[in-house]
Design a protein around this ligand. Sequence first.
Ligand SMILES: CC/C=C\C/C=C\C/C=C\CCC/C=C/C(=O)SCCNC(=O)CCNC(=O)[C@H](O)C(C)(C)COP(=O)(O)OP(=O)(O)OC[C@H]1O[C@@H](n2cnc3c(N)ncnc32)[C@H](O)[C@@H]1OP(=O)(O)O
Length: 288
Amino acid sequence: MSLKQLFRQPMLRAMLGRQHIQALRSMTTQSDKVLVDLDPKTGVAVVQMNRPPVNSLNLEFLSDINNTLDKLHNDKSCRGLILTSSNNKVFCAGLDIMEMYQPQTDRLTEFWKTLQNVWMNLYGSRLATIAAINGHSPAGGCLLATCCDYRIMVQNFTIGLNETQLGIIPPFWFVDSMEGVVGYRQTELACQKGLMMTTDQASKIGLVDEVVTPEVVLQKAQNEMVSWLKIPDYARQLTKSQMKMPNINKLRARRDEDVQHFVNFITKDSVQQALGFYIENLKKKAKK
Ligand SMILES: CC/C=C\C/C=C\C/C=C\CCC/C=C/C(=O)SCCNC(=O)CCNC(=O)[C@H](O)C(C)(C)COP(=O)(O)OP(=O)(O)OC[C@H]1O[C@@H](n2cnc3c(N)ncnc32)[C@H](O)[C@@H]1OP(=O)(O)O
């Protein structure tokens, strides 16, 4: 019997109730790289990034994240999202560097457009969003975290927009996301120097809201979510939208130009060379 047929069984429907069936259905249709557990009672979805070894964001993974966000946004029972990782050492290693090294232009273009979509979808989400950062979170990982409304991070990891250390540039919407959280001066320092901050350093500048131990990170996120969901959705959503729409509209207006800049920049010989060195060092370090 297929899952579709199974969900139609009157006995199962009677036993589990409509809400639970909907939640089960949405869970079973997700990709194995993005694990979703939507609690029909609370309306909170825990979304675990699950692309070993380090949740680096390649084109397919980004598409899966986008599809998951779309499904949750279309599910009226869903009110909150907790974003975390199935790897308890790495929340997300940022963009998959291999997407940017010796790329095919078509795929590189598609990759960047998909990342723009993920950013707009998560940053502008109608849901209350909390990042439960249970591991390192460089660059694109930090971007995902700063898209969320609240950040809880496990102690003794690192987070930051370290692009300049790779010889690349954090795009304006990465910078805007961070600026919205920590303000202009801290963003300027962090982005120009490509700082990877420890959890404690990040907490000092307000990049993370709470520092916790690994055992409690999810529970803390669930507890925090309760307080967000006490606020009427329409009031919270309109307030959020009022604050985030200017940045979203800024990217919308410059989308094509941003793709063009990215492709032109990444395909420069000097940038390819810098990426090549960075990958070599990363692989050497991984072998040790
Ligand atoms: C004028 C111009 C105008 C406009 C400009 C327009 C555009 C700007 C241009 C570009 C913008 C690009 C924005 C880029 C954003 C990014 O996210 S870049 C990615 C940055 N990420 C990193 O630097 C992280 C690197 N990784 C690490 O530091 C560590 O891996 C870790 C701390 C995350 C985890 O450490 P460990 O657990 O010890 O794991 P290992 O280091 O052993 O790694 C295991 C395995 O994974 C590979 N790997 C790690 N990170 C990545 C990655 N990001 N992408 C691909 N692969 C990665 C690593 O090499 C190991 O592989 P193997 O050796 O085992 O094969």
